[in-house]
Design a protein around this ligand. Structure first.
Ligand code: 3PY
Ligand code: MG
Length: 253
């Protein structure tokens, strides 16, 4: 299977489902439903190490790419989720070069970073020997820094220039909250969209991968038009709720 990193770097556009329910079979169902990638959320979702560990195996079984979002400052967790099989890690609130360096250090083995050795489960899931795993790890495991504040936008080139940072992932909700100094939550608003356009342009200019969270289906195509290649759209809890409502509505006589 071509790695997520190779696919994104070669221009493939990938939509990832967003999994907040800490139940591995739910993540697997998203993949069986057709999503090529599933992101397990440890920041605002209910995932913990146990559900991520089992989720990585379920997604491998279903042949889907495996992405994990860690909590703010959870760099030790970044190494842990890689050890159990994540192919990409999204780190929230990366606001400056120091934040980016600390995240990259946890993600990459020396000489790029300071990740400690122990990816036994990840190697097992990939059917690789330890030396095969080591040879590909720094290039093929993606560190995606979330850009969610004016400070991060101002420091974007600094963040992107950190060796070991492979790209960005835009959080439009937090971005709208921080750009308006807490006055409004308007992820689809003009100011947020302008910022997202600017972030994509600068990220592509640095030769790195751009990802974004999308709250409406139309936003996926819009994001692709801006240059994004990884789009999160569709959260498990909402999908279940919406499907339940639709099923009930259609069954009413
Ligand atoms: C945001 O929009 O702020 C996010 O973090 C998306 O999950
Ligand atoms: Mg956010």
């Amino acid at each position: 299977m071509t790695s997520l990193a190779q696919r994104l770097r070669s221009g493939d556009k990938i939509v990832t489902a967003w999994s907040g329910l800490a139940v591995p079979i739910v993540a697997e169902l998203l993949a069986r439903g057709g999503y090529e990638a599933v992101t397990l959320d440890m920041q605002h979702g209910q995932h913990d190490m146990a559900s991520v560990r089992e989720g990585m195996a379920s997604l491998t079984l279903a042949g889907a790419h495996r992405i994990v979002r860690i909590p703010v400052g959870g760099n030790a967790m970044a190494s842990r989720v890689l050890d159990v099989g994540a192919e990409a890690v999204i780190a929230p609130m990366i606001n400056n070069r120091a934040d980016a360096e600390a995240f990259a250090a946890a993600m990459k083995f020396p000489p790029v970073g300071a990740r400690s050795w122990g990816p036994h489960r990840a190697a097992m899931l990939a059917g690789k020997t330890s030396s095969d795993y080591l040879a590909g790890a720094n290039d093929s495991l993606l560190s995606l820094a979330m850009i969610e504040t004016p400070e991060a936008i101002a420091a974007l080139e600094d963040i992107l220039s950190v060796p070991g940072i492979d790209g960005v992932f835009v959080g439009p909700s937090d971005l709208s909250l921080t750009l308006s100094q807490g006055l409004s939550l308007d992820p689809g608003g003009e100011r947020t969209q302008k910022a997202a356009t600017d972030i994509a342009r600068r990220t592509l200019a640095a030769g790195k991968v751009a990802g974004i969270f999308c709250l409406e289906p139309g936003k996926v195509q819009e994001a692709i038009g801006m240059g994004y290649s990884l789009m999160a759209f569709g959260s498990d809890a909402f999908l279940l709720m919406e499907a339940s409502q639709a099923a009930l509505k259609s069954s009413r006589v």
